[in-house]
Write a protein that binds this ligand. Structure first.
Ligand code: NAP
Length: 285
């Protein structure tokens, strides 16, 4: 017998996820997604009976289940005792919650976001969203703009393909010599992240992907007055915002781009991750 899947809360990614699972012919109910027109809405009691429960990304905000698409609040600590050990719970960015739920409630919570293939897939809408923001924030084309990408991880690598393809004069900073060799081998200018001082004055656009401080006050002072800086990294990020404000530099914080610019693609990445987890557990959907 096919098990029911409950999509419980979250943003437009979870709405799209529920729709994608339905398109795959699965038995899906949703709860807490009414403002996003979540498909097959069900009362909470019914949703909590499902064999597979898909929780939001991130699972909780301020002690409550992450429920941006409903006016209802649900304290996370009230939810856990209502679930059973024989259900499989999957959520995003579960961090230490998984261990605690197993210890305190005997619940199995696995993370559908903390997988390399999911983060690579998420880097695509993040890089595209960053380009969209850059286009909106500037009065010049990306073509012929002088761009710096700080960091050569998943997002940095994608931007290092997209920006030159649009005709940007692109430099990329990295800390590993092997990355610098790839950056140069693929036609961009390579810079060392730890040695950006003295190099920053030429850029029209800077995309930061490093989640620890790179652009401090002294480096920001070197940037052009009309340089636009996009902060893509998670907190604490790589930009000193107070220093940037004091210097009058424009910094655009851009968290959560996949869910904002391409929720359907972001949902497809989560769906694939869910299928991969089930396959690895030997539990066909
Ligand atoms: P990633 O693949 O881990 O890349 C991070 C890059 O930063 C790597 O080049 C890494 O260098 C470098 N780095 C990390 N710590 C550093 C340090 N202390 N000094 C110098 N370089 C350092 O991560 P990603 O997937 O590209 O994501 C980048 C950031 O964006 C993360 O914070 C992620 O959480 C965030 N993110 C944001 C969005 C959004 O919507 N804005 C979406 C997804 C992810 P090494 O390779 O040498 O370690």
């Amino acid at each position: 017998m096919k098990r029911t899947i409950a999509v419980l809360g979250g943003d437009m990614r979870q709405v799209c996820l529920a729709r994608l699972l339905l398109e795959d012919g699965l038995d899906v109910v949703s709860w807490g997604l009414e403002q996003g027109d979540g498909p097959n809405p069900a009362p909470l009691n019914q949703a909590l009976e499902a064999g597979l429960v898909l929780l939001p990304l991130p699972v909780c905000r301020a002690g409550n289940l992450n429920l941006p698409l409903t006016d209802t609040e649900l304290g996370a600590e009230q939810l856990w005792p209502r679930l059973r050990y024989d259900q499989l719970l999957l959520g995003g960015m579960t961090e230490e919650l998984s261990g605690r739920l197993m210890t305190d409630f005997g619940l199995t919570l696995l993370d559908y976001y903390d997988r390399e293939e999911t983060q690579i897939a998420n880097a695509v809408p993040t890089a595209e969203g960053a380009l969209q923001l850059a286009m909106e924030a500037t009065d010049r084309t990306i073509h012929a703009s002088r761009c710096l990408i700080i960091g050569y991880g998943r997002i940095g690598k994608l931007l290092a393909r997209m920006l030159p393809a649009l005709g940007a004069r692109t430099a990329v900073s990295a800390r590993r010599y092997s990355d610098l060799a790839w950056i140069e081998a693929t036609g961009c200018r390579g810079l060392r992240t730890a040695a950006l001082a003295g190099e920053l004055g030429e850029f029209d656009l800077i995309f930061n992907t490093v989640p620890s401080l790179v652009l401090d006050g002294s480096r920001l002072r070197e940037t052009k007055a009309d340089c636009v800086i996009l902060e893509l990294a998670s907190a604490p990020g790589g930009v000193d915002f107070d220093a940037a404000r004091a210097l009058g530099r424009r910094v655009i914080r851009a968290p959560g781009l996949p869910g904002k610019v391409a929720p359907r693609s972001a949902a497809a990445a989560i769906r694939d991750s869910v299928y991969h987890i089930l396959e690895e557990r030997g539990e066909p959907i």
